[in-house]
Structures are given as structure tokens and as C-alpha cells.
Design a binder for this molecule. Structure first.
Ligand SMILES: [Zn+2]
Length: 182
């Protein structure tokens, strides 16, 4: 990946698919980065991530991390892990992540993103940006924007508990209430 480009953390969900669309428009040179940290739904997420990258015609690459204590729900430090993995995978490119407002998770907050920007500035002297284009949008607004921009929602995968939608986790509940049965 070129160091002037942007690596989008593409888990294969609606949020990160929308980020790809927005970053392609704002920055051009975009690569999808998938992180396999042993999450329970890794197989379905990888498939969705690859399908979305193919839809947008962008390169896709993955990073594997082992030894993470995973579970559905909040994994403290998960986004730190993702951002650090993405930064290491493409030294010098900017990183985009689909954190949005309305989450109680500390690592989805604007404060978390700006603290990370501070770390990246220490390392890269202001060249590498952490882009969080959804940070002020609620989940409802994310979905509305994704529909408006014709993101292929049928390619996305949301369940955080397993590679077949469990219908019980927070992500499954969100998806059901926002998209109906999709
Ligand atoms: Zn689920």
C-alpha cells in the first residue's frame, strides 16, 4: 500500500463499509485492512470484508493477531489493537475506523480517537491521520447514510457472536431493528 493512501479497517459490517465509501470519495487511494484477532465471527466477517472490498474495487489485506481474549460485546482495548495492527501493516498510511456516536464503549469515543492521533503524531510527525468519519453519527444515521449512498448492505455481516447470525447479541438486535429481517 502506498504510504500516502488510507487503510480502512474493514470488519465487514455496515459501519466500516460506509467508511470505505466515504474515504474513497475524500481521499482516493484506499486499501481494506481486515484484522483476524480470533473474534468468534471471524469467518463470516472475513468473507463480508472481502466482498465489500471487491464491490468497491479496492485492494484487501489481512493481519492476524493471536492470543486475544475474545467474546461478544465489549473487548476492552479492541480498537487500540485494531489501530495498532493497521498502523503496523501499512507503515506511513493513514488509518480509518468506523466508530460512531451513541456507543458506551470508551474506545469508540472522540476522546479516544484524539488520544490516538496524539500517539500517531509522536511517531509520524503529523503525517499519519486517524480518520473517524462516522464519529458524530448515531447508528440510525449511519444506516440512513449507508442506504442513501447505496452501500450493498446484503454483503455486510453484523453478528459479533458467531459466523451464523445468533439473533441475540447487540449487533444482531441493532441490525434487526434498523433493517428489519436483513
Ligand atoms: Zn449476533
Amino acid at each position: 500500500m502506498s504510504s500516502s493512501g488510507v487503510g480502512v479497517l474493514l470488519s465487514g459490517g455496515i459501519d466500516s463499509a460506509l467508511v470505505v465509501s466515504l474515504v474513497l470519495e475524500s481521499h482516493g487511494d484506499t486499501t481494506a485492512l481486515f484484522v483476524d484477532y480470533g473474534q468468534p465471527a471471524v469467518a463470516a466477517e472475513r468473507k463480508a470484508s472481502q466482498a465489500i472490498a471487491a464491490h468497491f474495487g479496492i485492494p484487501w489485506s489481512s493481519v492476524t493477531i493471536s492470543g486475544v481474549a475474545t467474546a461478544a460485546g465489549e473487548i476492552p482495548g479492541r480498537n487500540d489493537l485494531l489501530i495498532a495492527a493497521a498502523t503496523a501493516a501499512c507503515s506511513g498510511c493513514s488509518i480509518a475506523i468506523g466508530t460512531h456516536s451513541g456507543s458506551a464503549y470508551k474506545d469508540c469515543s472522540p476522546e479516544h480517537a484524539s488520544a490516538w492521533q496524539g500517539l500517531l503524531d509522536v511517531q509520524y510527525a503529523g503525517v499519519v491521520q486517524l480518520l473517524t468519519p462516522l464519529v458524530s453519527l448515531t447508528k440510525d444515521e449511519v444506516v440512513a447514510t449507508a442506504i442513501e449512498r447505496e452501500i450493498p448492505l446484503e454483503l455486510t455481516y453484523s453478528c459479533e457472536a458467531s459466523s451464523a447470525p445468533c439473533q441475540e447479541c447487540l449487533s444482531c438486535a441493532d441490525r434487526r431493528s434498523l433493517l428489519g429481517a436483513a
